[in-house]
Design a protein around this ligand. Structure first.
Ligand SMILES: O=C(O)CCC(=O)C1=CC=C[C@@H](O)[C@@H]1C(=O)O
Ligand SMILES: [Mg+2]
Length: 310
């Protein structure tokens, strides 16, 4: 049965901008997809690229949508190349939504992203009062000395049942990662995300065996192709899965069911359209021992979605 495709590009400002080791991220941009069939069923999907994580660029995704005719078939969904992993997720999510529009009945607990730097010391309390019990703090943004000093203040001030995880966004050196992990073990940090660059797999694997604090790969496992590569090379630590850029949901389901890998699902600050599809997959596959990285998007002010062009 052919499906009718409509799509619209969107841009939303982050408020406040997101500060990470990669710099300041000012706005989220992506594509909202609307699929409909002859019986009148409608499905929504979102293409939310994250090129610095290894997905396609927005321009490449727009080009793919433009060259897709307004009538597409099931075979077209399976023909989307792995190099367009955000398109794969967006189109398959819209197709799954059309067949079963119900949102997930429950979701795992959410982790809240703290602002980078010293601001985290004051920001966590209002999030705690909102009900968050797990917090993620980005490191590698300021100097090692400053951040070690701040984490030694932050960890002890959190209530007993709070959890703190750190995300280095591939920004540490081997020496810096060892310094951080010694402190993580001292402070019972929940896990340390991507301490070293993607091309340092052997060093990451060695590091994962030297400290109590679990390591999580994120940038190294951005797509299902990369997840399989790291699994085949022996990674059995945490896999941070950003569903919006991972690829085809059904392929991820099958791989997780075959391997039982330990996953912690994470947002790419997508809109409510992509968030619904991502949470549905997270509810099915994310390790229940870990909160998922979908704390309220403080960054995204706009809630109204653009209507697709007719
Ligand atoms: O995982 C979370 O807790 C929230 C999402 C998040 O931290 C990220 C989303 C997208 C890109 C990065 O800046 C960052 C990450 O590295 O995990
Ligand atoms: Mg990360």
């Amino acid at each position: 049965m052919p499906y009718k495709l409509q799509f619209q590009v969107y841009q939303y400002p982050f408020y406040p901008p997101l500060q990470t080791r990669y710099g300041i991220w000012e706005q989220r941009e992506g594509i909202i997809l609307r699929l409909s069939d002859e019986t009148g069923r409608v499905g929504w999907g979102e293409i939310a690229p994250l090129p610095w994580f290894g997905s396609e660029t927005l321009a490449q995704a727009v080009e793919y949508c433009r060259q897709s005719s307004t009538e597409i078939n099931e075979s077209d969904f399976w023909a989307i190349p792995d190099s367009l992993s955000a398109c794969q997720f967006g189109f398959h999510s819209a197709w799954e939504d059309l067949q079963n529009p119900s949102p997930p009945l429950t979701t795992p607990a959410f982790s809240a992203l703290l602002p980078a730097g010293e601001e985290a010391l004051s920001a966590w309390h209002s999030l705690w009062q909102q009900g968050y019990r797990t917090f993620k703090w980005k490191i590698g943004v300021y100097s090692l000395e400053q951040e070690l000093n701040w984490v030694r203040q932050l960890a002890p001030m959190l209530p007993q049942d709070a959890k703190l995880r750190l995300d280095a966004n591939a920004g540490l050196t081997w020496e810096g990662a060892n310094q951080w992990l010694a402190v993580c073990d001292e402070l019972a940090i929940e896990f340390l995300e991507q301490p070293l660059p993607v091309n340092s797999f052997d060093a990451l694997l060695a590091l994962s065996k030297q400290y109590q604090t679990p390591l999580a790969l994120d940038e190294s496992v951005a797509t299902l192709t990369q997840i399989k590569y790291c699994y085949d090379r022996g990674w059995r630590g945490i896999f941070v899965v950003k569903p919006s850029i991972v690829g085809i949901p059904q392929d991820l389901r099958e791989f997780c069911q075959q391997t039982q890998i330990r996953t912690v699902f994470s947002s790419v600050f997508e809109t409510p359209v992509g968030r619904k599809a991502a949470l549905k997959l997270a509810t099915e596959l994310s390790d229940p021992n870990y909160a998922i990285g979908f704390g309220v998007n403080h960054w995204l002010k706009a809630e109204v979605l653009p209507q697709c062009q007719v």
